[in-house]
Design a protein around this ligand. Structure first.
Ligand code: FMN
Length: 166
């Protein structure tokens, strides 16, 4: 059994697709976070951006994992970039559970060419030890698959790298 967990939030499916691929490659459990907030349309987009900017913590709905979070050797956390920050539901997850996680790695998706590597540091504020791997990917960019695979290689190698694409 793999002691790696993939957990993510996705509003429009890009982070979900990437996290699904990563969890399949690693043969590990995949959990989607939900917060019950209506994030559809322009109103939802604006609400999401404002929440991220204000570092709001919308309650995340209860989710199930096979093991207690503290039992996983590695938790890979996927989030879209919202207004230069991690998404509000992922911030809520980190705030609530960050201290329980033994080792973390980050998968960040974004819509622009800006890499937003500072988001790693923002997320590290909620966990006990800094991330052991990370990647920032623009899902439709030419290098996206290459950077996903580089991230996977670093995780298989024990988690030692950071990367970015596009
Ligand atoms: C409210 C909001 C704010 C965003 N802000 C940024 C941003 O600051 N920089 C950026 O490159 N992309 C930004 N994006 C684009 C998303 O990060 C990008 O499309 C991401 O891959 C979407 O992931 P998802 O389909 O899993 O929700 C924003 C999207 C939303 C909804």
């Amino acid at each position: 059994m793999s002691y790696t967990l993939c957990v993510y939030y996705s509003r429009t499916g890009s982070t979900e697709k990437l996290m699904r691929e990563i969890s399949q490659e690693l043969g590990c459990e995949l959990v989607r976070l939900e917060d019950g907030v209506d994030r559809s349309g322009l109103k939802g987009w604006l609400r999401s951006g404002m929440q991220a900017m204000a570092r709001k913590l919308p309650p995340v709905k209860p989710f199930r994992t096979v093991l207690p979070l503290s039992a996983y050797e590695l938790v890979i956390i996927g989030t879209p970039v919202w207004a230069g920050r991690c998404s509000a539901p992922v911030r809520s997850f980190l705030r609530e559970h960050g201290e329980e996680l033994r080792r973390v790695a980050y998968v960040i998706t974004r819509g622009s060419d800006v890499r937003y590597e500072e988001v790693y540091d923002q997320m590290d504020l909620y966990v006990r030890t800094p991330h052991v791997g990370a990647v920032t990917i623009r899902p439709d960019s030419v290098g996206a698959d290459f950077w996903r695979d580089s991230f996977l290689a670093s995780i298989r190698d024990g988690g030692k790298g950071s990367g970015h694409a596009g």
